[in-house]
Design a protein around this ligand. Structure first.
Ligand SMILES: [Mn+2]
Length: 272
């Protein structure tokens, strides 16, 4: 293997119970680790994360262990908060050997400014969600959540999930609330970033934009259900792929072509 790549993933929604997404993620690490320089996780890696004690429950421990091993092998590990795991904190970062950032994060890759964000901040038509988002991130609320023992926390998480299911039903009736707002994306490009990568809306997309006479790139990461979704970066070049365990490089490329054929639609659909 020659040069190493940066990888971007989001929305794995890994749960305490082993499932297909976890299986996919472990296979992904095994396949990609040899040529991985950095792994950027853009939110909702975990289905829910109440506080950093959560990393010690039996169900999550193997995942945290795999992350720690990845970091120890020399891969740079960077997390950006999603709407489900915004309580990932310093203890998790220390225990894993990762960096954890609040959403959004701007990095420079091969001299190009790249905005990394979960994506919920771009769905500004969903006014009630944006309000809830602000409340959940108040320092006092965060401090309270940090103190909750996991066994009580599960009840809280279940209630939040039920609430979110109800919310999603409401949003099905009004899909605009679940889509990113093009003006929000444009605004961020205009601030000087060349590339935006986000997840949350669960529909992979690679799109060229031209803003202020400059070529920009937008990448939307997909969710991990039957297959995985990732973006790979090397030498200033990005490519969006579908991850299929055991597939040859060629068939993986094939998969990415079909992903890209989703086309230039800006209606980014639903997700969470
Ligand atoms: Mn999300």
């Amino acid at each position: 293997m020659s040069a190493r790549s940066d990888f971007f993933i989001s929305d794995l929604h890994l749960d305490e119970a082993p499932d297909r997404a976890r299986e996919l993620f472990f296979a992904f690490l095994e396949t990609m680790q040899p040529r991985m320089r950095a792994l950027y996780v853009l939110g909702d890696f975990f289905q829910y994360w109440l506080n950093d004690r959560h990393g010690h429950v039996d169900g999550y421990a193997p995942i945290v262990g795999a992350l720690r091993q990845l970091a120890r092998s020399g891969v740079e590990l960077i997390f950006v908060h999603g709407n489900r795991d915004f309580m990932l904190g310093r203890r998790f970062a220390r225990e894993v050997g990762a960096r954890v950032h609040r959403d959004p994060l701007t990095v420079e890759l091969d001299g190009r400014p790249v905005l990394l964000t979960h994506g919920d901040l771009l769905c500004t038509r969903d006014v009630s969600y944006q309000r809830l988002r602000r409340v959940l991130r108040f320092p006092l609320v965060r401090a309270l959540l940090r103190g909750v023992p996991i066994r009580f926390g599960r009840g809280i998480a279940e209630r939040l999930r039920a609430l979110s299911r109800k919310e999603n039903t409401r949003k099905m009736r009004d899909p605009a609330t679940l889509a990113t707002v093009p003006e929000e994306i444009e605004k961020r490009f205009k601030k000087g970033v060349d590339v935006i990568v986000h997840g949350h809306v669960h529909r992979p997309l690679a799109e060229q934009w031209k803003i202020d006479g400059r070529d920009r790139e937008l990448y939307v990461l997909g969710t991990w259900e039957q297959t995985g979704s990732y973006l790979e970066h090397q030498d200033g070049h990005f490519e969006l792929h579908t991850f299929v365990p055991g597939a040859s490089i060629d068939s993986r490329r094939q998969a990415s072509e079909s992903t890209r054929d989703l086309g230039p639609s800006r209606d980014l659909g639903s997700g969470d």
